[in-house]
Write a new protein. Structure first.
Length: 125
């Protein structure tokens, strides 16, 4: 099973929002491109994200698209570093787009690669 599902980044972002702001954030998903992604869009985005984290140098864009739906996006590793446990970590940016409706979302996040669990979202201190 994949440790990171890139098409669900918005859900991770919402979970990390302070509880007082959580109610306001619920409407966010309705206007997010990933709310309109198909299972295939999610699969393609997930594969691109893992490929970018494992194989792309910092500041190198890994694009993806699904011609069948018009969904597209990119993952860009921005920075590579090690955490206290010595695991490789990456700061990355995901851009997600849909054509129907025409939407674009952008998220920046941090992940560290756990040898047993794969890439895991982390909060940068």
């Amino acid at each position: 099973m994949r440790a990171v599902e890139f098409a669900t980044i918005a859900a991770i972002v919402m979970i990390s929002i302070a509880p007082s702001a959580y109610g306001q954030a619920l409407g966010f998903m309705e206007y997010s491109p990933i709310a309109y992604y198909t299972t295939e869009d999610n699969r393609i985005a997930d594969e691109a994200g893992l490929d970018a984290l494992d194989n792309y140098a910092d500041m190198t864009v890994r694009k993806w698209s699904n011609p069948a739906t018009g969904a597209s996006g990119s993952i860009t590793p921005l920075e590579t570093y090690s955490n206290e446990a010595g695991h490789t970590c990456r700061k990355a940016r995901a851009i997600d787009r849909t054509t129907s409706p025409p939407l674009q979302g952008q998220f920046t996040f941090h992940l560290c690669k756990n040898p047993e669990k794969g890439w895991q979202f982390v909060k940068k201190k």
